[in-house]
Design a protein around this ligand. Structure first.
Ligand SMILES: [Zn+2]
Length: 118
């Protein structure tokens, strides 16, 4: 049984601040935002990370980018810009083992959005 925090949110076992939702994905506000806008876009299907996806998931991965497209426009980020990040594994700083895209914006972001860990 998969019990990561995002699966619990998707199963309504934990609350979340939902930004948008569609048949195959959910977007929530990050509880520890790194920018004025920090949305997490996750597939409803559990995929641990981007490397867990197979060719059969190609359409779903495309839907996640289209979700980012729609949410960025909805939040008025298109003109000034925003950043999408997918962390993978320990070195990538992935904190939740359920694939998700970070959508960051609302201010000018530096060249390094996340400092190197000690
Ligand atoms: Zn999960």
């Amino acid at each position: 049984m998969i019990t990561d925090v995002f699966c619990k949110i998707l199963n309504k076992e934990l609350p979340a601040d939902i930004v948008a939702e569609d048949d195959n994905w959910l977007a929530i506000n990050d509880i520890n935002p790194q920018a004025p806008v920090h949305v997490l876009i996750m597939p409803k299907k559990h995929l641990t990370d981007v490397c867990a996806a197979t060719q059969d998931d190609a359409k779903l991965l495309g839907e996640l980018l289209m979700a980012a497209n729609k949410i960025a426009k909805k939040l008025g980020l298109e003109e000034k810009g925003f950043r999408l990040i997918i962390n993978h594994g320990e070195h990538g700083g992935q904190l939740v083992p359920h694939l998700h895209i970070h959508l960051l914006g609302g201010k000018r972001l530096g060249p390094k959005i996340i400092a190197e860990s000690k």
